[in-house]
Design a protein around this ligand. Structure first.
Ligand code: ZN
Ligand code: ZN
Length: 321
């Protein structure tokens, strides 16, 4: 299939997904309207973003389907997978915003699949926050026909966008996530290395909430906090990476003592929502890891009742059948 109207092909670049290739194909052939490429090729960008139609794209640019699929998300049941990792629900996968790292794009003007992952907000390699606007100030979108600018201006270029301060904790967390996806060096994090990425993100976020809010009787969601979701997770990531959960629990307990001193000292009371959460964790290894830290912390402060010791997961306890 060699369309004379698309005389110039492109070769998939590193970490480039199918939908990114489509924009580059328009760019390479000097096409100025986002509607022309679908008309000429029968390819639809929003379908490509879910891994559909990649065989057709591969035929057009004469390359191996597997090479494109390696960096293209696919939908399976209700989840989106990329490189074998569950990266979140399909419902949240329809992100209309196009984001990028200006520095990556000035080095090579192509899209990277990980720019689309909601839970990644920085480029660890360049220490930059991802941006979703063109240098002209308008939003980047999937209707653009140039990687490095929006479709509205003539001389915009994301390379001109100045850097903004990055939160080093967020960059560290993003570096771990990207390492799991085969981008950059893998960063071992044994506690979560066996867990699906989207579940690990949730767990890490809960520890972030505990660190930020301290003692709370009721469960909170990251959205209930003033900090952004990625800040909340990054705080949890740092606590877990640096083995600081015991110190955090000391602060949670202090919060209980100062606000609920009339209540009896039990794990359920003294650590607010965290005790119940640990009991209910589906991952046995994670429940035992947190349970051990919880019991050790509580044992330094009060006599733990036999009934509670049976409930909180820990190493000496027989696994529930
Ligand atoms: Zn970058
Ligand atoms: Zn622009």
């Amino acid at each position: 299939m060699n369309d004379p109207r698309l005389p110039l092909w492109v070769t998939p670049a590193k970490d480039e997904p199918a939908h990114g290739i489509l924009i580059r194909l328009a760019e390479r052939n000097g096409i100025e309207s986002s509607t022309r490429i679908p008309r000429m090729t029968g390819l639809n960008l929003s379908r490509l973003r879910l891994g559909r139609g990649v065989d057709r794209l591969a035929a057009i640019i004469k390359c191996d389907v597997a090479e494109i699929m390696h960096s293209t998300p696919v939908v399976s049941e209700n989840s989106i997978f990329v490189r074998g990792e569950d990266v979140g629900s399909k419902r949240r996968g329809g992100r209309p915003i196009r984001r990028l790292c200006p520095q990556c794009v000035s080095e090579s003007a192509h899209h990277r699949f990980w720019y689309d992952l909601e839970f990644i907000t920085t480029c660890p390699e360049h220490g930059r926050n991802l941006v979703h606007t063109c240098s002209c100030g308008r939003d980047l979108s999937w209707d653009d026909v140039r990687i490095s600018k929006c479709r509205h201006c003539d001389d915009g270029d994301v390379a001109l966008i100045p850097g903004t301060p990055v939160d080093p904790d967020i960059t560290e967390m993003d570096r771990w996530v990207l390492g799991r996806l085969g981008v950059g060096k893998p960063e071992p994090f044994p506690l979560f290395d066996q867990m699906a990425l989207c579940h690990a993100q949730h767990m890490i976020g809960m520890i972030g909430i505990l660190e930020i809010k301290g003692y709370e009787e009721r469960w909170l969601r990251p959205q209930d906090l003033e900090e952004s979701d990625s800040e909340v997770r990054a705080r949890g990531f740092r606590v877990l990476k640096q083995n600081q959960l015991d110190d955090v629990l000391d602060r949670v307990y202090e919060g209980f003592r100062s606000s609920r001193s009339y209540m009896p000292e039990t794990i359920k009371n003294a650590y607010g929502w965290f005790g119940d959460w640990v009991e209910d964790l589906r991952s046995r290894s994670l429940a035992v890891h947190f349970g051990e830290i919880l019991i050790t912390n509580a044992a330094r402060k009060f006599q733990i009742k036999e009934k509670e010791l049976r409930r909180v997961p820990h190493m000496k306890q027989a696994p529930a059948s």
